[in-house]
Design a protein around this ligand. Structure first.
Ligand code: PLP
Length: 358
């Protein structure tokens, strides 16, 4: 199996697994204790969580706090619902977590993108807006948005700025100027089932989940020390390996682009995370391609849109026709992908497309 779906999820780093294991133990060990219990094993588990919180915070700007959540989707819902925003601007290429939550709770104004998949940094925001949400790196086409300029525009209008940094965290500098930042562990080689919302100091949020008052009274529920420790270790590793990972990904990107020279690129070539290669070929039947290449894990558009039969809202937003959007595939690679895997996958994708006569 060649795994080329790094935007959907990433392999768990061995270091993250190692950090989790002591907190997954059973009888005879204290590692299973409730981190909210005041006894000694409980305090040890709580200390592991606080250590992990600091490791995650190192991915983020100073001057804020990290609230652990179950997923980035939950973090985004907490930001939008908890800030009680009623007038919200979102980019047209946000993840469904932003689009659908904002639509459920607020009046939504959409900021378009150009054909390269980029939001205009000069976008003006109307006074009276409560919240502007623009992602750092798009999950479908990898484009990097000018979030610092958009945060300034939001602040000029008196609005707060939420950045979904799920695809950029650990790879790029944290989004400057944001008031809230959403993260997900499983997109940076941590475990699934844990995310975080970073909240600028001084900003108050209403809880989304009520109960025992854990997570600073904002997100009740017993935390998993194992998931927190895995998230923390993955964050620390991302910081340590950032340049090495970026250089590796850039080399894989260059090779994949050479081998897929006959394919058109979706989204800007330069302003993007190069571990995301979203390409199209006119007339391609993507469902057939995927069924011909079952031992290569890649995606038709985004993981969430694929399977629904609907053309991706992101590919539509960059001006592609339904047919062009439906002839697009996304190859996502990263730290644990090898050059050999990229070469084999590209050769087989080309051969399978040629067999379709496209
Ligand atoms: N935002 C972006 C950009 C994503 O790619 C994803 C996951 O696909 C999410 C949010 C949701 O993350 P989670 O799986 O942690 O809910």
């Amino acid at each position: 199996m060649i795994y080329l779906d790094y935007q959907a999820t990433t392999p768990l780093a061995p270091e993250a697994l190692e950090a989790m294991l002591p907190w997954l133990s059973g009888p005879g060990s204290a590692g299973f204790a409730n981190p909210h219990s005041p006894h000694r094993p409980g305090r040890a588990a709580a200390a592991a969580i606080e250590f992990a919180r600091e490791q995650v915070a190192a991915l983020l700007p100073s001057g804020g706090r990290v609230i652990f959540t179950g997923t980035a989707t939950e973090a985004i819902n907490l930001a939008i619902v908890g800030s009680k925003a009623k007038q919200v601007y979102v980019s047209a290429i946000e993840h469904a977590a932003v689009l659908d939550c904002a639509a459920a709770f607020a009046e939504v104004h959409t900021i378009g993108v150009d054909d390269d998949g980029l939001v205009d940094p000069q976008t003006s925001i109307s006074p009276g807006t409560d919240l502007v949400a623009v992602m750092q790196v798009n999950n479908e086409i990898g484009t990097i948005q000018p979030v610092a300029a958009l945060a300034e525009a939001a602040h000029r209008a008196g609005a707060q700025f939420l950045c979904d940094a799920v695809q950029g965290a650990g790879k790029l500098d944290p989004p400057a100027g944001a008031d809230m930042i959403a993260l997900s562990a499983h997109k940076l080689h941590g475990p699934k089932g844990i995310g975080a919302l970073w909240v600028r100091d001084g900003l108050t949020l209403a809880p989304l989940i009520y109960g025992g008052g854990q997570e600073q009274g904002i997100r009740s529920g017993t935390l998993s020390p194992a998931l927190c420790a895995g998230f923390g270790a993955a964050a620390a590793l991302a910081i340590e390996r950032r340049e090495q990972d970026a250089a590796h990904v850039a080399a894989l990107w260059r090779r994949a682009r050479e081998l897929l020279a006959g394919w058109a690129l979706n989204g800007s070539a330069g302003r993007r995370w190069h571990g995301n290669l979203n390409v199209r070929r006119e007339g391609l039947d993507v469902a057939r391609l995927m069924s011909d290449l079952r031992d290569i894990a890649f995606s038709a558009g985004s993981a969430c849109a694929s399977g629904s039969g609907r053309p991706s809202h992101v590919l539509r937003a960059i001006g592609l026709s339904d047919a062009a959007a439906k002839s697009s595939v996304r190859l996502g690679f990263g730290r644990y992908s090898s050059l050999q895997e990229i070469e084999d996958a590209c050769a087989r994708i080309n051969a399978a497309a040629a067999a379709q006569g496209v």
